[in-house]
Design a protein around this ligand. Structure first.
Ligand code: URA
Length: 434
């Protein structure tokens, strides 16, 4: 078999069989197939697409390119959650302890932020001493004891995806559906859970800009998951404005803590209740959505979810005093309000733009190795549909210096579109694909 023939076949709209896909992924992972041939293949896939069978074979070849996490030592329902990436997405910090308090086990592997989107591991490092670096044995023990643990993804898990994703990033082929499906699912399947809930974002801050594309992705993710013998549920949600109000590492942790204390009732909590319900129902722990929501809400009302979160921070070496007193978490020295230039209603908030404001303040990485400042970012006071008076604050910018705060406030104000008439907020949850 040779790669040139396979590229030609895909370029002309042909279907690759299991043997061809395995040859290609094994060869690329080992370094026998060069980047330039794999780039051509990614572009051919981008234009010609793949059948569901091809996508399944690609996914499984990527799973088999590395190790699988062995979760057999964990008792009970093993669930996992993944989001396709968004601005202000701190869902895992709230949802994992809620589900753990309902008896679900989550052995979660997370990443760091790159560009305008944040990473769960960076956010958690707001607690001094917190570490995501642990042996598999410590990881499993922690899940059994606390209900959940969050570790960094090792190089041995899906090495094919690691190499391929970096290549796609620089060859304009990230946005190909079969390549996204295989990239997301290979990592989730290798991580070993029985039930996987996926948050597929759509809108200006997401990979999938249109709802149609997001639903097509959601359908393929669930179908390929089923072919692999796993229960995969995909929830399509809006990312036309940031999720919640805070964007920036420690600021997002503070918002997540407010949600765990029951002091937050916006889109973030709605998302946690929706995703969490799908896991409880799919895993047989709740008969229907009202009971599932009731169970999840009870973990907040009783304080059980907040306790689980504190236990998790302690188990991973962190100082948990910040869980009960968020003023101990990193806090930026300079602040500035972004003021509304006119009155009216918020019609649009450019999610990607808000993410970039936080990144330029030092809260995100420009390159993989950049140092980040956990304390900086923005807190939005107005979301889509809210009324605004002239000169009223749209959001607060938290920065390292007065000059950076001023620049950030100007940039944040430009992310807002205000109109004289009220814009109805589109539904936040667009649909659930099971
Ligand atoms: N997230 C991933 O892990 N992979 C993709 O291709 C897109 C989003």
């Amino acid at each position: 078999m040779n790669m040139t023939d396979l590229i030609e076949k895909k370029r002309d709209g042909g279907v690759l069989d299991r043997e061809a896909i395995r040859f290609m992924i094994e060869g690329y992972t080992k370094g026998d197939i060069p980047d330039y041939q794999m780039s051509a293949m990614c572009m051919a896939i981008y234009f010609q697409g793949m059948t569901l069978e091809e996508t399944y074979e690609l996914t499984m070849a990527m799973v088999d390119s590395g190790d699988r996490v062995d979760l057999s030592g964990i008792k009970g329902l093993k669930a996992d959650k993944h989001s396709t990436g968004g601005v202000g997405d701190k869902t895992s910090l709230v949802l994992c302890p809620m589900l753990a308090a309902c008896g679900v086990k989550l052995a979660k592997l997370s990443g760091r932020g790159l560009g305008h989107t944040g990473g769960t591991l960076d956010k958690l490092e707001s607690f001094p001493g917190f570490s995501s670096d642990m042996t598999e044995e410590e990881f499993i023990r922690s899940v059994n004891e606390n209900g959940f643990a969050i570790a960094g993804q090792t190089a041995e898990l899906c090495p094919a995806d690691k190499k391929l994703y970096a290549l796609r990033d620089v060859t304009a082929t990230v946005g190909s559906r079969p390549l996204i499906v295989s990239s997301i699912l290979s990592k989730k399947l290798a991580a070993g859970a029985d039930i996987i809930v996926l948050d597929v974002k759509t809108g200006s801050g997401a990979f999938m800009r249109t709802e149609e594309d997001a639903f097509a992705l959601a359908r393929d993710l669930t179908a390929v998951g089923r072919m692999a013998g796993k229960k995969v549920v995909a929830v399509v949600t809006d990312m036309d404005e940031p999720l919640g109000n805070a964007v920036g590492n420690a600021l997002e942790v503070k918002e997540a803590l407010a949600a765990l204390r029951g002091e937050y009732a916006g889109d973030l909590m709605e998302l946690c209740l929706t995703l969490g319900s799908q896991i409880l129902i799919g895993g047989g722990l709740a008969p229907d959505e009202p009971s599932a929501r009731g169970m999840l809400e009870q973990t907040i009302a009783s304080g059980a979810a907040l306790e689980r979160f504190a236990a998790f921070i302690r188990a991973q070496g962190g100082d948990d005093r910040g869980v009960y007193d968020p003023s101990l978490l990193p806090c930026a020295p300079a602040r500035r309000e972004a003021l509304a230039p006119a009155g009216g209603y918020v019609a649009r908030i450019e999610a990607e733009g808000v993410g970039l404001v936080s990144m330029r303040l030092g809260g995100g990485r420009v390159t993989k190795d950049s140092e980040i400042d956990l304390s900086v970012g923005v807190v939005l006071h107005k979301k889509v549909g809210d009324p605004v008076q002239p000169g009223e604050s749209l959001g607060t910018v938290y920065a390292r210096t007065e000059a950076e705060a001023r620049a950030g406030a100007e940039q944040l104000a430009r992310c807002y579109t205000l109109t004289p008439e009220k814009t109805e907020r589109p539904p936040f949850i667009k649909g659930v694909v099971t």
